[in-house]
Design a protein around this ligand. Structure first.
Ligand code: F6P
Length: 345
């Protein structure tokens, strides 16, 4: 028997994963397709850690953050041994097809498992970073932006009361989507994104001018991978290595704030939002998007559109070849950043 439809969630947790799982199980059930949940991402296929999912086991999970299946950043392609274990478990548990819910890393791996090893896989994009090509939005993004916007709103209180520059560091990996959206929504005075290297001299001039014009407080949103322009690089080699570590970004906000204090008469404080941005309940918009993607992914499986990813294009669902998006990032849209600059200063 190889009729089971497997589902796994890989990479970082992201609000909306449970809504996808529920949608997949419910849609599959309509066509009598039994679903097997794979625990801890690809690790579950390596270890044989799987269990059937039913309408009852996924009831009431769509508003919960995280993933009931757990997740990991494990890649089964790292050795022949892990690949062999996946193959054995695939047969042992009667898997016939697999839905892989993940970000850039997980979906790139899914593409290779399909292209190079023949696994019938359909992908579902997820990430708070909104940086997966081929889809207009990823679920998790709206929730992260809402959380970051709420934080910016709250930071305005201290900024205004104490005439401070509040630096807010947000996630987004190599893209500035969260920074730009939350900065726009929260009326930030400046937004620094990875796509556009920043110049400390311009930032400090702007903050000083604001003070001279009777606005002695400012909100500066900094994406975790925002970098100084090479002509005005103020980072030591050590700082650079620590802050822009390939697998763990974070810390640029503190360095920017230190520069502001050093170069202006302004007092600066830092808030690093970190994992708060991807925790807790998904917004209604993310629940809806995740649910639509889950339903559509099952329909793609039924149409045997393997090696593809469910996506949203405008107001419609679409199917995109995984090969077109694997190993690629989607940078922040230039037009959105340009709009945000209208409100700088
Ligand atoms: O991709 C989502 C994300 O939260 C990024 O914004 C961040 O850089 C990264 O994951 C953190 O990853 P980890 O959970 O491995 O620390």
């Amino acid at each position: 028997m190889d009729n089971y439809l497997g589902i796994l969630t890989g990479g970082g947790d992201c609000p909306g994963l449970n809504a996808v799982i529920r949608a997949v199980v419910r849609r599959a059930q309509d066509d009598d397709i039994p679903v097997l949940g794979v625990y801890s991402g690809w690790q579950g296929l390596i270890d044989g850690n799987v269990a059937p999912l039913t309408k009852h086991s996924v009831a009431g999970i769509q508003y919960r953050g995280g993933t009931i299946l757990g997740t990991s950043r494990v890649n089964p392609l790292t050795s022949d041994d892990t690949l062999k274990k996946v193959q054995d478990n695939w047969r042992r548990f009667g898997l016939g097809r697999l839905i892989v819910v993940g970000g850039n890393g997980t979906l790139s791996c899914a593409m290779r498992m399909w292209r190079d090893h023949g696994y019938p896989i359909v992908g579902v994009p997820k990430t708070i970073d909104n940086d997966i090509p081929g889809t207009d939005y990823t679920f998790g993004f709206d929730t992260a932006v809402s959380i970051a916007t709420d934080a910016i709103d709250r930071l305005h209180t201290t900024a205004e009361a104490l005439h401070r520059v509040m630096v807010v560091e947000v996630m987004g990996r190599h893209s500035g989507w969260i920074a730009a959206y939350a900065g726009l929504a929260g009326a930030a005075d400046l937004i620094l994104v990875p796509e556009i290297p920043f110049r400390m001299s311009e930032i400090c001039d702007m903050l000083t001018k604001r003070k001279q014009m009777g606005r002695p407080f400012s909100i500066v949103v900094v994406a975790e991978d925002a970098k100084p322009h090479p002509e005005e690089d103020f980072l030591s080699a050590d700082e650079r290595a620590r802050v822009f570590h390939e697998n763990r970004l974070g810390g640029i906000g503190h360095l920017v704030a230190a520069q502001i204090e050093e170069r202006t008469q302004l007092e600066a404080r830092v808030s690093v939002l970190g994992y708060i941005q991807r925790g807790g309940a998904p917004t209604a918009a993310d629940r809806v998007l995740a649910t639509r993607l889950g339903v559509y992914a099952v329909e793609m499986v039924m149409r045997e559109e393997f090696g593809s990813m469910a996506a949203v294009h405008g107001t419609h669902m679409a199917s995109v070849p995984l090969i077109e998006i694997a190993d690629k990032y989607r940078p922040l849209d230039e037009e959105i950043y340009k709009t945000a600059t209208t409100f700088f200063g």
